[in-house]
Write a protein that binds this ligand. Sequence first.
Ligand code: GUN
Length: 290
Amino acid sequence: MAAQIIDGKAIAAFVREDIKTQVPGLREKYGRVPCLCVIIVGENPASKVYVRNKVKATEEAGMESRLLALPESVSEEELLALIGKLNADDGVDGILVQLPLPKHIDEDKVIDAISVDKDVDGFHVLNVGSLQLGRHCIVPCTPKGIMCLLTSTGVPLNGCNAVVVGRSNIVGKPVAKLLLDANATVTVAHSRTADLGAVTRRADVLVVAVGRESLITADMVKPGAVVIDVGMNRNAEGKLCGDVDFEGVKEVAGWITPVPGGVGPMTIAMLLKNTAECFENRLGNCNDII
Ligand code: GUN
């Protein structure tokens, strides 16, 4: 039997609608709505699309959005100065610097310059550390969205074998920690893993975030597994595709996310959640939206 499709687009739409209905209440309670500042440096076409989608989603949720587009030539010093100004601006609740940055700018330095309570991406070293220690933190958007998709299947994570393929700071490492927190037995595989198929075939839950088209084929998947494809690749025809051979794997898996329409839309929905959470953390200590 073919896998059930995890409709990330529909789940994200539901989350976004839910946030939208809560924004008027926030305005009433705090006198303004959450404000997200998005900074983009240079002309990377993919980054421009992502940023446009983030701004549009923020506005559609009824929140304030500010887009700051800087030229490729901007210096690290100028960018840090801008972040300093936004940190000090009480009307700004979230600051997101779209990555990657041009080579002459130190990404770590920029991320860590963002005030930890405005770090909607959850990339700041203190947020990363807090996540690892199980302390209160802003959870990075894509891993948070993946957990939401897994919950939507109703498949229990408690005691399951979860395999994460990929060890990036943005997805692989944080999602492994979130799966561990959900009591999964977690294996992190990567480009140097010997006999990747033998590892992935043990997975009840398989999360793939590598950036290589069709890395995961049907023979590498346990029958009935939940497969989450975080890949965003362009194939030879220029079509967007994931890291999983969707057509083959859907005949084996129990659940699978499509690309597009799986993890991608969830990242944006979680960004809105994180923006509302930063707003609430800053302005009050209640948890209307978490
Ligand atoms: N570039 C690719 N993904 C992301 C993300 O989630 N946040 C930021 N800031 N940049 C990215």
